[in-house]
Every structure is written in C-alpha cells, then in structure tokens.
Write a protein that binds this ligand. Structure first.
Ligand code: SF4
Length: 410
C-alpha cells in the first residue's frame, strides 16, 4: 500500500544534550539558536542564508529553539522550517507598500497592552518574547524581548477590560503567552475569568509547534480551571507535526481545551495543494481544527514570502469540496490598516434573483438553487426570548469605552 502522506519524524535530540535538558522547556529557551555559527553547526547554511543572518541584526531578531532547529533539513534550504526561521537577505528589500503596523493595531490602544479594535473582543498583549522569531511575523515591531510589558501596564489592561462591559472575548497574545511562568499566566487568566462579562478567553501561541515540551501537566492543570478557554496555534507545514508537537496538542485537547490552527499561506513554504491538504488533514488527525489560512500581511520585509491573491484563491479552490469541510479553514486577508479579516476565495455564487440562485460546484458544474416563496425572515420569538436584553453595542472597539446602551448598563 502506498503511504497516505509523509510522516514528520520526531525531533533529533542533539548528542551533546541530556534528555532531561532537551525535555525542559526552560533549557530550550535558554539555548535558543541565534546566529550563523550556531546554525552552521546544525545545517549546511547557504550563502543566501548567511547573508540574511548577517543583515538580520538591523531587521528583526533571530531566535530558534534547539527543538525546532532540529527539525531543519540540513541539506535543503527550501526546507519549510528553515524558510520560516532563518532570515532571507530579501528582508532588507523593504517595499513602499509594506507597513510596520500592517493591521493598524497601534491606533486602537486604549492602554498600552490592549488592542481594542472590534466591538466585543480585545487583544491583550501580555509578553513580548517568543520561542521563535518567525520571518513572516506581522508583529515584529513589538516582539523581541526588549520592551516587556510592566506589571503596571498589565494591571491597566486588566482594569480596562474590567470596565469595558462589551468585551466578551479576550485573546491573550504578544509575543507568546505560554512563555510566561505558569503562575504568572495563571494569575492573569484567573483575573480575567473573574470578570463577569468576559465570556471566553483565547490564547494565541506557537509553543506547540516550536517548544512542545512547554505544554506540561502543570500548565494544562492550570488552564483547565478557567474554561471556556481556547488555544489557537500556528502550524504552517506538516513537517512541524512531529510526535512531540502532536502530543502537546493532545495534552491541551485532553484538558478540554479546543485547539484551532491559524496558518499563514507562505510562498514556497506551504503554497502547494498537496502541502495544504496534508497540513489540514494531519491537523484534524491531531484533533486541531483548521481555523484560518491567512494571506501574508503587508508587514515590512516579507514581500518575498507573500503569495499572490489569485494563486491563493486557486489553491483554496482545491481544498473546499475536495476534502472534508472540517479541514477547510477560512482563507482571509487581514485588511491593511485594520479593516479586519475578510474572507476571500473562489466565487461559487454565479447569479442571484428572487427566483433562483445559480451556484458553481467545486467541480465547476452550474446548479440552480430555487429560492423559497416567502421572504420575511423575522424571528417572532426573539421578542420573547430576548425580552429586556439590550441590543449588541456595535461601536468600534476603542471608541469611547462605555455609554448609554452598552451591555450591562441599566
Ligand atoms: S510566534 Fe507569533 S508573535 Fe512570535 S514571531 Fe512568530 S508569528 Fe510573531
């Protein structure tokens, strides 16, 4: 029988490292690979990679856990791990259309650690370090470990969320929140959980991908006390789905934490049909739900990693319908300047009038869907079920925090 898909092998523990150290996430962070000499001892660096590493000091920090570095193909510079972790000299070729803050987050800071852009959800940036510095990172202006949030700033963020009663959903991000000590992270999550209007807490993290040993029993025991809590991680290539990373995801899921994946479509890294299908299928097998597939943001120094939108749509057309819908993420452009995540994809609706919607199947056949005769969509029972409940407050997030009509106001 032919193999269904290549299987990512386990990481290769360096011979000079004791197993106990290798499995210690703090050891992994203390020994991050940061320069050409260290990388050159692990893989055959190309001249282009060396040039990128030399230039990176002025561009964006380099840092790779020994675990993630061990997944690199030593002989092929086209290795997806290498392309995500080792800077290209092209990062210095900054285009006029590229932005420091591509998502317009810096205009929505009611307090230093909080981005409140959308009506009912807020981003809480609790740390500025990562366990890898991804070459496609859209927050490269903020991460790197040089300017960590202070305790006062964290307190100010908690206070803002507590007083802004229309925030239902808080996304902890940074940097990578799972780099905080379990006690410190537990303190913040516990404070958020105690705020009555915060319905869900999400954590955005690349830890299961780049330092899976961090997802230990202490962490999952803490997180499971704060449900409903979700984790969104960031696998971009099936080679990253090693036995170790799958086990980390399993520990989270077994703690009752739904895990989603936010992949970035990266030109030459995962921009092929077979790569994307395999990634999504393997994620599902790991009980991780593919959630978003992002067009690369227009962040400075990443033009070479972005996929043309027409190519992205064509690739996406080879996912939807061709594989289980559970494995098909939303393909989105995060609009430059802060317009939010906008779905893009093949156009399935070909025409629409009061009688019929003409749709195109994933195989290209045209099918007519007859419209119903009744058009009034009022839900009469809403007046009963929602009696006395105010409508959602749909003002832009960081617009004046509270006011008449805000949820919870009399
Ligand atoms: S882990 Fe996330 S925040 Fe950190 S460098 Fe990678 S993409 Fe950026």
């Amino acid at each position: 029988m032919l193999p269904l898909a290549p299987t990512a092998p386990p990481s290769l523990r360096r011979a000079d490292v004791a197993e106990r150290d290798w499995l210690d996430w703090r050891w992994q962070l203390r020994h991050m690979v940061t320069n050409a000499d260290e990388l050159g001892a692990l893989i055959r660096l190309t001249a282009e990679e060396r040039a990128g590493l030399a230039a990176s000091a002025h561009l964006f920090r380099v840092g790779i856990t020994p675990y993630y570095a061990s997944l690199m193909d030593p002989d092929h510079a086209s290795c997806p791990i290498r392309m995500q972790a080792i800077p290209s000299a092209k990062e210095g070729d900054i285009r006029p259309e590229e932005l420091r803050d591509p998502l317009g987050e810096d205009h929505h800071n009611p307090t230093p650690c909080v981005v409140h852009k959308y009506p009912d959800r807020a981003l809480f940036l609790v740390v500025d370090r990562c366990a890898i510095y991804c070459r496609h990172c859209n927050r490269r202006r903020l991460v790197g470990g040089d300017d960590p949030p202070t305790s006062d700033e964290i307190e100010a963020g908690l206070a803002y969320i507590a007083k802004t009663t229309r925030i239902r959903d808080v996304l902890l991000s940074g940097g990578d929140p799972l780099l905080m000590s379990t006690a410190k992270l537990g303190h913040i999550v516990g404070r958020l959980r105690a705020i009555p209007h915060v319905e869900i807490i999400r954590i955005g993290t690349r830890i299961p991908v780049v330092c899976p040993m961090r997802v230990d029993d202490e962490l999952t025991s803490m997180l499971r006390r704060h449900h409903p809590l979700f984790v969104n991680t960031h696998f971009n290539h099936p080679r990253e789905l090693t036995p170790e990373s799958r086990a980390a995801c399993a520990r989270l899921v077994d703690a009752g934490i739904p895990v989603g994946n936010q992949a970035v479509l990266l030109r030459g890294v995962n921009s092929s049909v077979r790569c994307l299908r395999t990634l999504m299928r393997e994620l599902l097998k790991t009980r991780v739900k593919p959630y978003y597939l992002f067009q690369g943001d227009t962040v400075i120094g990443t033009d070479h990693l972005r996929t043309p939108v027409d190519a992205a749509i064509e690739l996406y057309g080879k996912l939807r319908g061709w594989m289980t819908g559970m494995g098909v993420p939303h393909l989105v452009i995060d609009a430059p300047g802060g317009g939010g995540k906008l779905p893009i994809g093949p156009q399935y609706l070909q025409s629409l009038d009061d009688d019929v919607a003409r749709v195109r199947t994933y195989r290209g056949e045209l099918v007519d869907y007859p419209q119903p005769r009744e058009r009034d969509c009022t839900v009469a029972y809403d007046d009963v079920y929602f009696a006395g409940v105010p409508e959602d407050d749909d003002r832009e997030g960081s617009a004046e925090a509270e006011g008449p009509g805000a949820r919870g106001d009399p």
